[in-house]
Write a protein that binds this ligand. Structure first.
Ligand SMILES: *Cc1c(COP(=O)(O)O)cnc(C)c1O
Length: 393
């Protein structure tokens, strides 16, 4: 039998839920960087690995035969305990490592499993736009309907009245991201309090993507789950990738009250079941690094933010200074450019730098039309060279 290589005319191969999703913009722009030899400030991955002792911990685990076979479904006990210690150390939050912690294949799987576990087809999910690109796909795979709450320049604060108005009888989840990729917005205690009150009043579950929890330069990271009424209705998600500069390891986690966690685990066990065995041991050690590690990491990235922000401003970009994450959102209208996607496709040829258009992270095509995102999680010398090149624009 010949394999089916194209769809019967009546029916596309890709199902209706995923029809709107093509290749991610990161794949397109990273391929462009490779092809042109441009400096890649598009995709958000560090160009140096995290702490040597953490890398060695992974090697040791692998050599000692720890984690080379299926680890326990919820994650190895050492890591689940280290996650609870981390939540206690930084936020004073107590979790039971056996019933309230789940290790996942990165935050990405945690988000997907949460959507698959908690949504019925047609349920609405309110999320900030511009959104991290896996959100829309995860909501769609679960048959949910995304309802964007647009964050607008220059400061990208959420409009809390618009949020209140967006809640309907079909709203099941709020999916929040703070520190926010790509804008760098960090929710304040006042904003989080208002969101918590709304969630309690309308009986909503809130999913919080906190992968940049240790990259706040101005202000502080406050987990929503620490606010009154939220302990029982928040699914808190984070990951080792950004905090320890090992984005390829894909070790993430969920902390939530037992009933929510059980629901998410039910979906997760049929996605990957388990992953990253030896890396789980290494991440357990990473989470226990002294406070110095975390503060030095934040200071290092803060200095890089300042370096790139200054260079972009000098090159004529309008710079929206981020409070957190490792991204800077700029507006290229200041350079006489109207279309971020066209600008980013041409940028490697024009000056040897790759960036990502924020416009693809909006449902409202006008809202982010001329916004371009640059990543600063790169070596200082690389950022300096990028700034020099961008100065030629
Ligand atoms: C990088 C990123 C993720 C994905 O984290 P992984 O642990 O690599 O799956 C999720 N959310 C946001 C906002 C991110 O920037």
């Amino acid at each position: 039998m010949t394999p089916m290589t194209s769809a019967p005319e009546s029916r596309p191969l890709l199902n209706r839920r995923l029809a709107e999703f093509g290749t991610t913009i990161f794949a397109e722009m990273s391929a462009l960087a490779l092809r042109t030899g441009a400096i890649n400030l598009g995709q958000g991955f560090p160009d140096t690995d995290g702490p040597e002792e953490v890398r060695e911990a992974a090697v040791r685990a692998l050599r000692d035969g720890r984690g080379n076979q299926y680890p326990p479904g919820p994650g190895i006990p050492e890591l689940r305990t280290a996650i609870t210690e981390h939540q206690q150390r930084f936020y004073g939050l107590g979790f039971d490592p056996d019933t309230e912690v789940l290790v996942t294949a990165g935050a990405t799987e945690a988000i997907a499993a949460t959507m698959l576990a908690l949504l019925e087809p047609g349920d609405e999910v309110i999320a900030f736009e511009p959104y991290y690109d896996s959100y829309a796909a995860s909501i769609a795979m679960a048959g949910g309907k995304r309802v964007p709450l647009t964050l607008r320049a220059p400061d990208f604060r959420p409009d809390l009245d618009a949020l209140r108005d967006a809640v309907t009888d079909r709203t099941r989840l709020l999916l929040l991201n703070s520190p926010h990729n790509p804008t760098g917005m960090v929710l304040t205690r006042e904003e989080l309090t208002a969101i918590a009150e709304l969630a309690v009043e309308r009986d909503l579950i809130v999913v919080t993507d906190e992968v940049y929890e240790h990259l706040v330069f101005d202000g502080e990271h406050i987990p929503l789950i620490s606010l009154p009424g939220m302990r029982e209705r928040t699914v808190s998600i984070s990951s080792a990738g950004k905090t320890f500069s090992f984005t390829g390891w894909k070790v993430g986690w969920v902390t939530a009250a037992a009933p929510l966690l059980t629901a998410v685990r039910t979906a997760k066990q049929f996605l990957t079941y388990v992953s990253a065995g030896p890396f789980q041991f290494a991440v357990a050690e990473a989470l226990r690094l002294p406070d110095d590690y975390y503060s030095a990491f934040r200071a290092d990235l803060g200095a890089k933010r300042d370096l790139l922000a200054g260079g972009l401003a000098d090159a004529g970009f309008e710079v929206h200074r981020p409070q957190g994450t490792y991204f800077i959102t700029t507006d290229v209208a200041a350079l006489g450019e109207k279309d971020a996607l066209a600008f980013c496709r041409a940028l490697p040829e024009r000056c040897g730098v790759v960036a990502v258009p924020n416009s693809v992270f909006y449902d409202d095509p006008e809202a982010g039309r001329s916004q371009v995102r640059f990543a600063f999680c790169k070596q200082e010398s690389v950022l300096r060279e990028a700034v020099t090149r961008l100065g030629r624009l």
